[in-house]
Structure formats: C-alpha cells, structure tokens
Ligand binder design. Structure first.
Ligand SMILES: [Zn+2]
Length: 434
C-alpha cells in the first residue's frame, strides 16, 4: 500500500507546483538554449548540475567507460569518445526515513540534430513560446521531462516536505544513439525500488507500455572509379549502395507482416521501421563514385532480439553483396550505435498504477497507453535490473522533426503528477532545514 498522504499535504504540494509554473518554463528555456547534440552535451550537463545544486543536492559526475561496459548485454558500440561528457547524478537522502520506497528520476539531456535550421519557424536552439507551447529542439524530447521531475522535487520542499526515502536523479547522455550513459549511471548507483522517466507522449500525455529495440548499422561500398565516358568499366558505389538499401526496405516489409507483430503492438500500422538515415559518398558529378556509406536504423520487434536482428542484417548485406550490380565491389558492414533489445513495461507495477492515479488527480485527464515504435533508456532498468519503470510524459510534437514543441499545460500536469507520485511512493517527512 502506498504511503497515504493526507489531503492537506496533497493540496500544499499541488499548490507549490502551481507557484513554480513560470520558473519551470524559464528552466526549460535555459535547457533548450544548450545545443546538446551528440558530443556537445557539456553545457546542458553543467546546467543540470546547477539545477541539482539549487535543489540543495550535491551533483556528481558519472563517467561512461566503454572498457567497463563492453561485456554488459545492454552496451552498444559507441560512435565517439566520452571525454568531457560525463553524466550528472544527485541523491537525496531522507533525514529520518520511514520505510518509504526509493525512487530514481531519470532523463536524457542529449538531443538529435536540428535538421534543416532554415525550415524552423524560429531558430531551433532559441526557445520560443507560442500558443501555450514551447518550440525548440529538445523541448519535448526530453528537456520538459527533465525540468518536470526537478520542479516536482522542489515543490515538495516548498510545501515544507521532502521524500522520506532515497531519491536519485540521473541526467544522462546518448539516449538517442546508444543508451550507454544511462547504463553507466544505472550500474554506478544503488538499485532503487522504482524508476520514473518522463519521456514525451505523441501529442498527448502518454504512458509507455512497450518499446521496440533498435540496431544501427553502417554499410560502406567501395566501387571502382572511372570517367563517366568509360562508365561500364567502373563500379558505381552509390548505385551499389542503393541496391543494398532496397534490400532493407524488403526486409522492413517482411518484419511488419501481421504474424510477426507482438500483441503489445497490435493495431499499430507499421511498428517496425527501417530508416535510411544518412548517406555520404561520391566525389564529382562526372566521376563514377568510388565510395558510398549508408547509415541505417533497424527496428526490432518485441519477441526478437538485437542479436537476431544483427544476424539478419549480416545475412542481408552478404546476399546483396553477391548480386550482379555489386560484382567487384567491396562491401564493409559495421555496427556502431544502438544494439538495443525491445522491452515491455509492467503496466500493473505499483509505480505505474500510482502514476496513473496521480495523473488523474493532478490533471483530471488520463495517461494514454503508448506502445512506442522508438526506444527509451527505460529498457536497461527493466531488462538488466528488474526494476519497475513508469515512463510517461507530456504532449510533444515533431520530436526529431522541424518545429519540435511541448505543450506547457501538459508539462505542468506532468510535474504535478510526478510530485504526487513521488510523495506517495517515497512517503514524506518535514523538509530538512537548509
Ligand atoms: Zn527521448
């Protein structure tokens, strides 16, 4: 049974969240101004350390060390080194503690590239509020969630309370390409009784019920260069690479066949996606290109593993490389980035039931079930630590797209939800005098 919080305390906590509303929007704007794409997370990490300090906590850095993580089943091969990009964590410890349950509040600080900046209505890293939404890269995914859990904690303090159990906060890097930051923090910190990850919902407040896995693969084709007038004597690396790409689209169709779809994803149109994400190659419009490289993201349906998908990819590339169009070409296949298994979240777990109830009380609405065709860091805690995860968050739109935004009312509702959930999960005690 959760630690019942009396109605007076509940009201005080919710009033405190309401009084922090503007502060939360300002905190979100500060975080969105940090252009924390891969390799550039330092300013966001520093900002989050300042936020933890402002909560009266002592932030510390947790490095991501591939040599230590390499043997772990949750590890993904990195794209770049980790120097200067250490994750930030902080721990609240109760003064008395009353048998409450411990909690981890986790969020990522990295964002995906802004894409074509000239297509944004306002610059991607200059937050802009219009019609009750904040626009900016990362506003939804997931800096709003990062701010929400910090403001929820602050609200308890403002109400003269604090969690009566340990609360950890993890700010991690590389959720968008490996998940290694989250893995490093999970392994460096003591296990808690539950985890909340406020990842955004798809245009509505939502609760993640399951997520696909993802494998990143890179195919480099080296052909034979020639002047176009002798085109037949060359091997066009770009055309050869596009043959391989076509084979992956056939694979995608097969993987979305009805009988391969796990019940958790039934009713979803096309849950397993193969994305041809990057392409580079060629030297000159009038030269047969020597080399082309394609970067792909291949989804993994629940019931399958990343390792099986990796084997599928190896087979597909080997078959394509034997084709007529690739005769004489060299094909290199590499795996860097996600090697992530899919996972189902236990939606009957106490923390999830509590979050649903708190959300109803805090917002008058409901958390919509969301089987995600993308992934979160939640899988590490579920698959490798057996810790229940409540992954839910605010209404975000165009994440990874142009004009990403988050609904500020929705974000506020999620903050209220986390505050109530934390108070009931951990129990409360009088705030320490600071
Ligand atoms: Zn995210």
């Amino acid at each position: 049974m959760p630690n019942a919080i009396d109605p007076g305390a509940r009201r005080a906590i919710l009033d405190a969240v309401d009084s922090l509303r503007e502060e939360a929007v300002e905190a979100l704007a500060r975080l969105v101004r940090c252009p924390s794409t891969l390799g550039n997370e330092a300013s966001a990490l520093d900002e989050m350390a300042r936020v933890y300090e402002s909560l009266g906590l002592s932030p510390r850095r947790v490095p991501t060390m591939p040599e230590q993580l390499a043997g772990h089943p949750g590890f993904s091969p990195p794209l770049i080194p980790y120097e200067g990009r250490d994750n930030v964590v902080a721990t609240h410890r109760p003064d008395r503690g009353g048998g409450g349950r411990s909690l981890t509040l986790q969020g990522h600080l990295d964002v995906v590239p802004e894409g074509a900046a000239d297509m944004w209505a306002t610059p991607p890293f200059e937050p802009s509020v219009r019609d009750g939404r904040m626009y900016g890269r990362g506003a939804g995914d997931m800096k709003a969630g990062d701010v929400s859990y910090c403001m929820a904690f602050k609200a308890l303090r403002l109400a003269g309370l604090q969690p009566a159990a340990e609360v950890q906060m993890h700010s991690v890097v590389e959720e968008e390409c490996t998940g290694n930051g989250a893995l490093a923090c999970m392994l460096a910190m003591p296990k808690t009784d539950a985890v909340i990850i406020p990842e955004p919902g798809p245009g509505m407040d939502a609760l993640y019920t399951a997520e696909v896995g993802v494998v990143w693969a890179w195919v480099t084709v080296s052909g034979r260069p020639a002047h176009v007038r002798d085109m037949q004597s060359g091997i066009n690396a770009i055309e050869a690479a596009s043959t391989i790409a076509a084979a992956f689209k056939d694979y995608e169709r097969a993987m979305n066949d009805g009988e391969r779809i796990h019940p958790a994803f039934r009713g979803l149109n096309h849950p397993v996606n193969v994305n041809l994400g990057t392409i580079e190659g060629g030297e000159w419009n009038s030269s047969v290109p020597t080399r082309a490289r394609i970067g792909m993201r291949v989804g993994v349906m629940l019931g399958y593993t990343a390792a099986e998908t990796k084997a599928d990819i190896e087979r597909l590339v080997a078959e394509a490389a034997r084709g007529e169009r690739l005769r004489g070409a060299q094909v290199k296949l590499e795996f860097k980035g996600f090697m992530a298994d899919p996972c189902a979240f236990d939606t009957e777990a106490d923390i999830v039931r509590l979050a649903r109830r708190a959300h109803a009380e805090a917002t008058g609405g409901t958390l919509r079930d969301y089987p995600a065709t993308g992934l979160t860091d939640g899988r590490h805690f579920v698959l490798h630590q057996n810790t229940p995860v409540a992954c839910f968050g605010p209404d975000a739109q165009e994440i990874h797209g142009i004009d990403e935004s988050v609904g500020l009312d929705s974000m506020h509702g999620i903050t209220r939800t986390i505050a109530l959930t934390m108070a009931e999960w951990c129990g409360v005690e009088p705030a320490a005098r600071r």
